[in-house]
Design a binder for this molecule. Structure first.
Ligand code: ADP
Ligand code: ADP
Length: 225
């Protein structure tokens, strides 16, 4: 749980401005979905939040702390990627354990945390498998598991469902929403899927060419003439 403040956030590549001074607050435990046409800056915004992309000017503050210059590992965030980004040579258990190991957690703590997350996501039967031995949906669960074991302040999702078939996408969408409500982890979720945005988002941040066009509850945005 954490609040995130975006204060006149800008990003340029050379002379090209791609994020033009975004202001906004994402509240504690809130699920914000960032939507907008391809190229409007969704990924760039998310990657700046994650620390995978530098900030050109302005500030990102998480719980009042300016994180612009912090490494990804220092931000207390966990990101779920579109391609899952699992370590292919590691088992599911090791994939989920990895970040906890880096943090210096004990073997008992790691085992406990991984097993709890695996229970929630119903992947306990696959802990000894390698990612290549899993279906797309199972890989997606492992990617979620890897994020939740860390109990981060913030989840960042980059189109995490777009590689799944339609049926599984709906199922995982429901599960992600339930999981987020249960954990109360502040979440920022990027998608170009309108239905996904409407069902998941407490609020939607609509980007247009690097600017916030609208930021509100789905019902308020879509009832406008
Ligand atoms: P979205 O995720 O909404 O599709 P992006 O954040 O990926 O949009 O991209 C926003 C804009 O920034 C696009 O015009 C894109 O071409 C440009 N862009 C993204 N990454 C780079 C880069 N590394 N160098 C130059 N331009 C980039
Ligand atoms: P090492 O420090 O030797 O590399 P590992 O990272 O392989 O250890 O495993 C850490 C701990 O988690 C060990 O105690 C190991 O027995 C346990 N462990 C590994 N895989 C599983 C699994 N699939 N289910 C339960 N516990 C496991």
């Amino acid at each position: 749980m954490a609040d995130i403040i975006l204060d006149n956030l800008r990003k340029s590549y050379g002379n090209t401005d791609v994020i033009h001074g975004i202001n906004g607050q994402i509240n504690d435990s809130e699920f914000v979905v960032v939507v907008g046409a391809s190229g409007c800056g969704k990924s760039t915004l998310l990657r700046m939040l994650a620390g995978l992309e530098t900030v050109t000017s302005g500030d990102i503050r998480i719980d009042g702390v300016r994180v612009n210059d912090l490494e990804p590992s220092q931000r207390d965030i966990a990101m779920v990627f579109q391609n899952y980004a699992l370590y292919p040579h590691m088992t599911v258990f090791e994939n989920m354990a990895y970040s906890l190991k880096i943090q210096g957690k004990s073997k008992a703590q790691i085992k406990d945390a991984v097993q709890r997350a695996a229970d929630i996501l119903e992947i306990t039967a696959y802990l000894d498998r390698k990612p290549r031995q899993l279906s797309g949906g199972q890989r997606q669960r492992v990617a979620m598991g890897r994020a939740i074991v860390r109990e981060p302040k913030v989840f960042l999702f980059d189109e995490p469902l777009s590689n799944l078939d339609a049926k599984l996408r709906v199922q995982m969408r429901v599960e992600i929403k339930q999981l987020q409500k249960r954990l109360g982890t502040t979440s920022v979720y990027v998608t170009h899927d309108q239905v996904e945005a409407m069902t998941l988002g407490d609020r939607l941040m609509v980007l247009n060419a690097g600017k916030v066009e609208q930021f509100g509850a789905p019902i308020d945005l879509y009832e406008q003439p």
